[in-house]
Design a protein around this ligand. Structure first.
Ligand SMILES: [Zn+2]
Length: 117
């Protein structure tokens, strides 16, 4: 009985709403590991967000750098649906491949749209 109470407390610490999503890294069985990226949300779907960030690529022929953009698809668990919107600056972490294009999971929001910068 005591153990059960502790578990509930643990869950409510990070996100007040618990969810039945099996592929939620907070309440479900999904483990995140590997690389972490930060970027701006450019699209939002039911269970997925698309983030974009710029990286620098060296071009040998011109001995100069160019800007390239990377797009990544990340899974958005049901319990965090409300906190993310297009334009926000967020952090995602690699997880096992969940589908052909999704192998990242949403971790947390860093900045709201228009905040900072
Ligand atoms: Zn959850």
């Amino acid at each position: 009985m005591k153990e059960k109470e502790n578990n509930i407390e643990k869950n409510s610490k990070n996100h007040s709403i618990s969810c039945n999503d099996k592929k939620c890294h907070v309440h479900g069985h999904l483990k995140t590991r590997g690389r972490i990226f930060k970027g701006y949300v450019i699209k939002k779907f039911e269970k997925r967000i698309v983030i974009e960030f710029e990286r620098i690529n060296y071009v040998r022929k011109y001995e100069r750098y160019e800007k390239r953009k990377t797009k990544l698809h990340a899974r958005l668990p049901e319990c965090m649906k409300e906190e993310v919107n297009v334009g926000d600056y967020v952090m995602i972490q690699e997880c096992r491949p969940l589908s052909k294009i999704i192998h990242f999971a949403f971790l947390k929001k860093i900045k709201n749209k228009g905040e900072g910068k």
